[in-house]
Design a protein around this ligand. Structure first.
Ligand SMILES: [Zn+2]
Ligand SMILES: [Zn+2]
Length: 611
């Protein structure tokens, strides 16, 4: 018996030794001995898959058999109609809020159920975060597709090897400090697996906020880092989220709600149609319903999500946390801790630089923020994040304005008198942001299209795979101020169409113009420096000559209907924000008849004409 036990023990020890050595095995071809540090992408909000599970832990599936994503919420139209129908009818008939707010709050809580967090900021949803605890080399084809779709770093993977690329997936609505801890552990894992003693990290958008936590809670990480390449990082949150937490929301103003708010978010005619329909409720009722729903979203959902607090700007945090977290001490303890990380963001980044870590920053500007909160136009922006957040405190003019003719470069962070850090459009003074010599600006580039800007991706690739680019002066290919671009249409459609033209039948002038337009287009596609608007000029030139020689047709756009736009504006001019029940009976009669005849002429008539 003793023998068997000792044999068994020996077996267990031997086996555990094997598994220990196995886990410590370096998996890279270079064995850690190459010039390229492994890169870890820390993606942005919604760039990690989070799936809903049933009670047995199996994936919930939709009608098409597809897994159900938890981001940003799960809307079940059937149950929404069931919950809202009766209160909506009662509210319509009585023209008072009869349980409509309550029903809509229920809908919000239902939709966000998978993303709810408890009073200690822990996610309570039945969910699974799709994580890649290995390099891209070990990812399945499906996993690679997910990763490259979010950030097309294939060229980097080709140069450095897919065993040098990692993607740190996390729940955008999860727990902030847990995710920071996971990132620190992930960095240690990557070092072990690759054999490299340092890594490069690429914090994108919300990933910038996670990086704030990393640098504050794990100062020793400075020894693990070779480079940090920030891409549109939310280093001081987004003022949209600040406005959400401080309930400084633009649509609380009913005048704006009926004229301006929706137009900024969707197609004007659709927006105007919603405005016309919304008047079936008196403005006080509609506005109180909206307020109640927003309260519910902020107080019952957003207030408990510490990752979302990571996007609250430091200027808004004290007031927002005092109002929302007074009775939630366990959450406040965590968000207070993060607030400190945010306050120290520039200091901690400077500390990296002082310790030899190379830090680069790539940002977009001159795109107005989505008009959701009232702070939307307080700063320049990229559509989603205000510029002083992404560009480490930089000063700039708001979208559509300039710094002024007499403006003098402030040189807050640059002491080299030869450096000109004012953007060519006189909008940004890059010398006022931390790291002026290492921050690249893309004019007119929209936040959400950042990964489609091939110059941004190739710049990131260069920074991660070589040491050729030291700063914004290293090469004219990547100047400090660059422009928006997405040359897919040129590359895939226009240039091939132009090259396929049989030039022998063209006049000499047309043949010359076609060749010049192709040359210009190819030069643009093959280069990385441009100005905002250049791509459009080049596309238009190529399209013009292609149309002239009959090799391209511009699809005639139908004159869009302006029915609801005209009606909504007429209502607004004559009755302000009032609902129909607050208007004279005659007016309502006229409106109903107009709408019916519109539907008759433009909807029913075409349908019946088919038969
Ligand atoms: Zn290597
Ligand atoms: Zn400088």
């Amino acid at each position: 018996m003793k023998k068997i036990i000792s044999l068994f023990l020996a077996f267990v020890i031997a086996f555990s030794m094997i598994s220990l050595t196995a886990s410590a095995t370096v998996k890279t071809e270079c064995n850690g001995d190459c010039d390229t540090c492994p890169a870890i992408v820390v993606p942005g909000i919604g760039q990690s898959n989070v799936w809903a599970l049933d009670d047995e832990g199996n994936y919930l599936l939709d009608d098409n058999g597809e897994r159900i994503s938890c981001f940003p919420a799960i809307f079940d139209v059937g149950s929404i109609v069931m919950k809202v129908l009766a209160p909506a009818l009662l509210t319509l008939i009585t023209q008072h809020d009869i349980f409509l707010s309550d029903a809509l709050c229920d809908v919000v809580l239902d939709a966000f159920e998978v993303n709810l967090c408890d009073e200690s900021g822990k996610n309570t949803g039945n969910i699974e975060v799709e994580k890649y605890l290995y390099s891209v080399a070990e990812c399945s084809d499906y996993e690679k597709e997910q990763i490259y779709d979010n950030i097309p770093l294939q060229a980097f993977a080709e140069m450095a090897g897919e065993d040098h690329l990692y993607y740190f997936a996390y729940n955008s609505f999860g727990n902030n400090s847990e995710i920071v801890d996971e990132l620190y552990d992930y960095i240690q894992m990557v070092k072990e697996e690759t054999g490299h003693d340092k890594v490069n990290i690429v914090p994108i958008s919300m990933g910038g906020s996670v990086a704030n936590g990393l640098l504050e809670y794990y100062p020793e990480v400075v020894n693990d880092l070779n480079k940090v390449v920030y891409i549109v990082p939310a280093l001081n949150g987004s003022s949209i989220v600040g406005d959400l937490y401080t309930k400084n929301l633009a649509f609380f103003d009913t005048e704006f709600l009926y004229n301006g708010f929706l137009e900024a978010l969707m197609d004007e005619e659709d927006a105007r149609m919603i405005e016309v329909i919304a008047r079936i409720l008196p403005d006080e009722v509609l506005s109180s319903v909206l307020r109640n729903v927003a309260n519910c979203l902020v107080e019952d959902v957003a207030a408990n999500i510490t990752m979302l607090w990571g996007l609250c700007p430091k200027e808004d945090y004290p007031a927002a946390s005092a109002a929302l977290l007074a009775s939630k001490p366990k959450i406040k303890e965590q968000t207070d801790k993060f607030y400190k990380a945010q306050l120290n963001s520039n200091k901690n980044i400077q500390n990296l630089v002082d310790n030899g870590v190379q830090v680069f920053n790539i940002v977009d500007y001159d795109v107005p923020l989505y008009l959701i909160g009232n702070s939307w136009n307080n700063d320049n922006a990229d559509g989603v994040i205000h510029l002083s957040s992404t560009a480490m405190g930089v000063k700039s003019a708001i979208v559509g304005e300039t710094l002024g003719e007499d403006y003098q470069q402030a040189n807050t962070y640059c002491s080299n008198p030869d450096h000109n850090h004012i953007s060519p459009d006189n909008v940004v003074d890059a010398s006022t942001g931390l790291l002026p010599d290492h921050t690249f600006y893309f004019d007119g580039q929209n936040h959400e299209q950042t990964a489609r800007n091939d110059a941004i991706i190739s710049l990131a690739t260069e920074l991660l795979s070589t040491n050729d680019i030291k700063d914004v002066y290293s090469t004219p290919d990547y100047p400090q101020f660059n422009g928006r671009r997405d040359p897919r249409k040129l590359r895939n459609d226009l240039i091939p169409a132009a090259k396929a033209v049989d030039t022998s039948s063209l006049s000499q002038a047309d043949a010359e113009e076609l060749k010049a337009a192709i040359d210009e287009a190819e030069a643009f596609v093959n280069n990385t420096a441009c100005y905002d608007g250049q791509q459009k000029e080049i596309e238009d030139r190529l399209i013009n000559i292609l149309v002239k020689v009959g090799a391209w047709t511009i699809e005639e756009e139908e004159e869009p209907s302006t029915f609801f736009t005209d009606l909504s504006l007429w209502l607004f001019d004559n009755y302000g924000a009032n609902g129909y029940s607050e208007m004279p009976f005659l007016t309502v009669n006229i409106i109903i008849n107009t709408v019916i005849s519109f539907i008759d002429d433009y909807v029913l008539a075409p349908i019946f004409s088919i038969f």
